[in-house]
Design a protein around this ligand. Structure first.
Ligand SMILES: [Zn+2]
Length: 269
């Protein structure tokens, strides 16, 4: 059971980087699950306030970069984002609908990524989720059954609200397979190999070695999910994904969306 997850964190990733990725996915018949920020990019004030001033705060986050390797800054994304903060999911219904029409699944990834990730205990989570779910409803005519917390940051209030908002599955916690956290109803569908292509590349692995690392993880485990961010996918990353998907296809391994994974495992969780 293999899933491919993409987190769309910003306007740049949604509007500038999806088309070449969709071509690769379509070429190999890979059906992926996209979690998209529905609100807007962070502005300079939020970045300064929440990233710099809050640096000393303890962040309830799982490791975002377990390798510990420092990654080069993505300058085009930084310039694009800071030049004029833009809205992400809810003002681009055509792009999100195109993903669904292509056979992929789309779910919210928060309203403001930076506010949720950096300040979850101090924001109005209900208001945040209302905005996510209502904007999603306007696009798809139905409420989302899944949710991916920005930065995989969560607290007890969030977990309780996920049930209240009817999310059948969320992707917040570490794990080797889908599981339910008592007393909550929603199922956690974890990323099982939490290293992006850029992180593996920073460990001096070349294209074939990265493909093999992912492939061995996928064939070596009954359940596996790997993840990426479209905004970070340039030619090298797309080549890795192409080779990986080709290898999976040749070995008869098909991808499952999170909705399909939920249907397959919910009775056992
Ligand atoms: Zn994210």
């Amino acid at each position: 059971m293999f899933g491919m997850r993409f987190d769309i964190d910003c306007h740049y990733g949604l509007t500038k980087k999806l088309n070449p990725l969709l071509e690769v996915l379509d070429k190999y018949g890979i059906k992926a699950t996209f979690f998209c920020v529905m609100g807007r990019d962070a502005n300079l004030y939020e970045i300064f306030k929440l990233r710099i001033l809050a640096r000393k705060k303890t962040i309830k986050s799982n490791a975002m970069n377990p390798s510990g390797a420092s990654l080069p800054p993505n300058l085009p994304k930084i310039i694009h984002t800071l030049s004029f903060p833009r809205y992400v999911g809810h003002t681009h219904p055509n792009i999100l609908q195109k993903l669904v029409d292509s056979g992929h699944e789309v779910y919210p990834h928060g309203w403001s990524h930076i506010q949720w990730q950096r300040n979850i205990d101090n924001i109005n989570l209900r208001e945040h989720l209302d905005r996510c779910t209502e904007s999603y409803y306007k696009i798809f005519g139905k409420y989302p059954i899944g949710f991916g917390s920005p930065g995989r940051v969560y607290n007890e209030t969030a977990l309780r609200l996920f049930d209240e908002y009817g999310f059948l599955f969320v992707g917040d916690m570490d794990g080797e397979k889908p599981f339910r956290v008592t007393p909550f109803n929603s199922i956690q569908i974890p990323v099982t190999l939490f290293k992006t292509i850029a992180q593996l590349r920073s460990e001096n692995l070349d294209c074939d070695a990265i493909v093999d690392r992912y492939f061995q993880h996928i064939i070596g485990n009954y359940f596996s999910v790997i993840y990426e961010h479209p905004d970070n996918l340039d030619a090298f990353e797309l080549m890795v994904l192409s080779k990986l998907f080709e290898k999976l296809t040749c070995n008869g391994i098909r991808s499952m969306t999170f909705g399909e994974i939920y249907d397959a495992v919910s009775g056992d969780c």
